[in-house]
Design a protein around this ligand. Structure first.
Ligand code: AMP
Ligand code: MG
Length: 482
């Protein structure tokens, strides 16, 4: 009997868009594909058979050595503001969209290979990915999904058997990324800068159909994207997540987290925290993320102007009003996230101040973000403060506020646990897992992925992963690794 070829229910709507939206490109074969990890749960979600994906034929496909039936591999064109500077052409330089898989429930997902070789958008790059960044994206994006944050997913990681050359020779790898789409603000910018209104219209229609079927017209699309981004960034803030490279090519129009380069979760809380080694001025610091999102949405709005109204002034006025509405919707989302973290179910005057006061006290002492919130449930939050009186003062106000809605501990314990994870992918653990993997030991990587699949559980076998770094373990900088 011959081995089954992986069967996918492909329906490639992006490939049906006009030719100048992408470049058709086959993946470049690698010498020796080996599976590192397969996300079996996600495979099933997509209607794929994990056993088939894990077979030699499946792994060949995940490495780019075979193209499955029905795939139409292509590199997507996009532009983007990188650290505020506009680049009219970026595009998939080391990634290929294989196609869109329609899951058994009808949901549509992009299947993308990242690190699959050069494309017409590679510029000087080699089109490849090193093992470290691939594992980093795998572990962090899957953790985000388990934490309940909209995100791209990781279906598989394979090593290629070929080195990639960065500062040193590193093992090469390919990530299979799954996403509701890969439509970025930068995709719209690509056509806007070329004054290609017909393409903008086609892209807006495509985006509406995929992400916001209820939206009617470009202004509605903008409104929906702003709302989704406000919700997303509020969730990041509630987890101490710092994206690190919020360029417009990494701003997803569907409001999901994309591009796990130099991202990191904070240990000790401070609003100015930055990890990315290339973010010298803190443009993408934790506390700047909402403002940067407005800026990105402003860029999105400007690409849509010709679709909003043929009278440019009317278009600007309408779009501006929507973008200005971001602050209010973000504030509402942020309050909802942090109210839930404190076990509050009603909205009351003074809630923002209660939350801000706690955060300010945490910042003053660099208290561990995750452990303070998780520790509210059993009072262990107090021990996260070098000067616990600061916590005691908050705890009194918090108890009084809870009492206003007739709530108190331990009755709200389950709610608090559901809103405050025990586990996040701490930098030092991610780095440790990557270093071990690069040296040939994948066990810490698998252990970390397994633990992070259930971040809201207290489990004795994963409790060491919940600990903050010791001073000598602290990671202060992260790299995109491109
Ligand atoms: P990123 O920093 O991952 O958002 O990527 C920015 C741009 O650089 C995108 O157009 C990528 O496709 C491209 N790029 C990053 N790394 C490589 C690489 N190794 N080879 C070719 N293009 C790359
Ligand atoms: Mg990117």
């Amino acid at each position: 009997m011959t081995a089954p070829t992986p069967a996918f229910a492909f329906d490639n709507s992006y490939a049906r868009l006009p030719d100048h939206f992408f470049a058709r490109q086959a993946p470049v074969a690698v010498p020796d594909p080996a599976l590192v990890r397969l996300n079996e749960g996600l495979a099933r979600r997509l209607g794929l058979d994990p056993a088939v994906l894990g077979s030699p034929e499946g792994v060949a496909m995940l490495a780019g050595n075979a193209v499955p039936d029905g795939a139409e591999p292509l590199a997507q064109a996009y532009a983007g503001h990188q650290f505020g500077g506009f680049v009219p052409q970026l595009g998939d330089g080391r990634a290929l969209l294989l196609g869109e898989v329609v899951a058994p429930d009808g949901a549509r997902f992009d299947l993308q290979l990242k690190g699959s070789g050069r494309t017409p958008f590679s510029r000087g790059g080699d089109g490849r990915a090193a093992l470290g960044p691939v594992l980093r994206e795998y572990v962090v994006s899957e953790a985000m999904a388990a934490l309940g944050v909209p995100t791209t997913r990781a279906l598989a990681a394979v090593t290629t058997g070929a080195p990639v050359y960065r500062e040193t020779a590193l093992p090469g790898a390919v990530l299979t990324r799954v996403a509701s789409s890969h439509i970025r603000v930068g995709t719209f910018q690509y056509f806007a800068v070329r004054r290609d209104v017909a393409a903008l219209q086609a892209l807006a229609d495509h985006t509406g159909a995929r992400h916001y079927p209820q939206a009617e017209g470009a202004l509605d699309l903008l409104r929906a994207a702003c709302a989704a981004q406000a919700r997303l960034v509020a969730q990041w803030m509630g987890l101490g997540f710092i994206h690190g490279v919020m360029n417009t090519d990494n701003a997803h129009v569907g409001g999901i987290t994309i591009d796990y380069g130099p991202c990191a979760f904070m240990d000790g809380y401070h609003p100015d925290t930055v990890f990315s080694s290339i973010d010298q001025f803190g443009r993408y610091a934790y506390a700047n993320q909402p403002q940067i999102t407005v800026w990105n949405m402003g860029q999105f709005a400007s690409t849509l102007l010709p679709l909003i109204d043929s009278d440019v002034n009317a278009a600007i006025e309408a779009a501006t009003e929507v973008v200005h509405g971001f602050a209010e919707s973000y504030q509402a989302e942020w309050l909802a996230v942090f109210r839930a973290k404190l076990g509050l179910t009603e909205a009351r005057e003074g809630d923002a101040e209660l939350i801000e006061t706690l955060l300010a006290r945490m910042a003053a002492q660099r208290a561990d973000f995750t452990r303070v919130f998780r520790g509210l449930v059993d009072g262990s939050a107090r021990a996260e403060f070098a000067e616990p009186e600061a916590y005691d003062a908050f705890a009194r106000d918090w108890a009084a506020r809870l009492a206003q809605e007739g709530r108190s501990l331990p009755g709200i314990a389950a709610d608090l646990r559901a809103a405050n994870p025990a586990l996040i992918p701490r930098n030092h653990r991610v780095e440790e897992a990557i270093a071990a993997a690069v040296a040939g030991d994948f066990a810490p990587f698998h252990r970390l992925c397994d633990a992070l699949a259930r971040p809201y559980d207290d489990r004795p076998e994963t409790c060491t992963l919940a600990l903050p770094p010791r001073p000598e373990e602290r990671v202060t900088a992260t790299f995109c690794g491109t």
